[in-house]
Every structure is written in C-alpha cells, then in structure tokens.
Design a protein around this ligand. Structure first.
Ligand SMILES: C[C@@H](N)C(=O)N[C@H](C)C(=O)O
Ligand SMILES: [Zn+2]
Length: 232
C-alpha cells in the first residue's frame, strides 16, 4: 500500500475538564485485557516498572481492540518506524504513585506557584484518582506511546521527555517550529493514531485513548465502552 507522508497540522483543541469527563456514561463491553505484543513494528517497554514506580508491573496490557488499533496504526507510519508502548493498563495504586511522583516534580520545578496552581498543573499531566473516578488508564483504553526507528531501535526525538510537566509536552507545542524534528515526528504519530480511531489529550503528545470516557469526550460520543478493568 502506498502512504503519503505529507503532514497535516495538529488541530488546537480546548483542554478537557475532568468534571465533565467523569459524568459521561459507561456501558462496558467487557473486552478482555491483552498483553501488548513484541512484534517488528509494535513493542512494549514498561517504563514505570523500569523506573521503579511503586506497584508498577513489568507488562503493558490493553483492551483487545486497542491492541488491534495499535497494529493498524503502525501500517500508517513511514515504513522505517514502529510504535513502542510505554504504559497502558494501570492500577489505582500506580495512578496514585504517579500523582505523588509527578506532583513532587511540579512542586520542585515551580516553587513560585501557589499550591492551587501546582494542583491545576498536576491535573493536566496526571488524571485524578479516587474511589468514584475512573482514571483513563484503569480502563485498558489508554496508551502512552512513542515512535522508534526499526533499524536502530532508537526512540524518535519528540521535543520533550515523556511525562515532562512543561508546556513542551502539549501536543501542538511544535506546530509553529517546522525546523524542529519534533514538529514532523509528533504529526506522524498523531495522524497514525487518529486515523485508526484513537483520540489524544491536548497536554501530552504521548497519551492516546480509545473506548474510555476521555475518548468519548474528545470524539463526541454519548458514552464510553470501557470502564475500570480488572488486573490480568
Ligand atoms: C502520567 C501520564 N503518563 C498520563 O498517563 N497522564 C494522563 C493524563 C493520565 O494520568 O491518565
Ligand atoms: Zn497516559
């Protein structure tokens, strides 16, 4: 199949409000969680386990349709690129650990901000966690991904570190800098993922959703098809 690699603009969107997202209905279709395969163009490298985040497991798993969509997305990429999944299904304990860890980074990086401003920033980079809230990664419908070069295995330069709590992580941050490699690399990832039905959150170039409440919100669906999933 022939693919054109012209990169369209990444549209600017309004950042979601978690209070609106959490009110979206969920009709769980009970699709099972499946391990992300290690294939030539799709692989997993569980980053939170590697970084010793408390409770993190050495496996990335997602709902069955999410795995299929990731495979399909790889076929939309230039032929020398693949997708690496850094994290997918997550337990509440891991979600809480990320809140704590990235919350600390924000406090250290932005000591001049008030506690409320720091909290607001944390909400942009880590979903809330709580007994009545379905954090998106709990569903097995969210994936944190990046691109890698099939020949070298190297991750592509996306212009910010994964989980870096700065403006540079916003998906459109390089839209006005065509000279930066991240400009094209982000577009390549974005359009491959969107073309197979994922949605992206505005604040993170690496985070994509399918089936959960965030996906319903960003795709204009009336309801989500994935609620919180049980551990494998
Ligand atoms: C923590 C980061 N990798 C991430 O997944 N953020 C989103 C907003 C989330 O926590 O669901
Ligand atoms: Zn994520």
């Amino acid at each position: 199949m022939h693919h054109t690699h012209t990169h369209k603009r990444i549209p600017s969107r309004e950042h979601h409000d978690w209070n609106i997202v959490e009110r979206i209905a969920i009709v769980d279709n009970q699709e099972p969680l499946v391990a992300v395969p290690n294939e030539s163009r799709l692989k997993q490298e569980p980053i939170y386990f590697k970084n010793q985040v408390p409770h993190a497991i050495n496996l990335c798993a997602a709902r069955a349709s999410v795995i299929e969509k990731l495979r399909e997305a790889t076929t939309q990429l230039p032929e020398h690129l693949g997708i690496v999944v850094l994290d997918a299904w997550r337990s509440r304990e891991v979600q809480q650990a990320l809140q704590d860890q990235i919350g600390d980074v924000i406090k250290q990086t932005y000591p001049h901000l008030s506690a409320d401003e720091q909290k607001a920033m944390l909400k942009q980079f880590v979903a809330p966690v709580g007994p009545d809230f379905v954090s998106p990664h709990l569903t097995g419908g969210s994936v944190d991904v990046t691109l890698f070069d099939l020949n070298t295995g190297a991750y592509l330069d996306m212009g910010s570190d994964f989980d870096e709590p700065t403006d540079k992580s916003f998906t459109t941050a390089y839209e006005n800098q065509p000279e930066h490699v991240a400009h094209a690399n982000r577009r390549t990832l974005y359009h491959a993922m969107l073309s197979v039905g994922f949605t992206n959150i505005t604040s993170e170039w690496w985070h994509y959703d399918y089936g959960n409440q965030l996906w319903a919100h960003y795709s204009g669906r009336d309801y989500a098809v994935y609620g919180a999933a049980e551990q494998l």
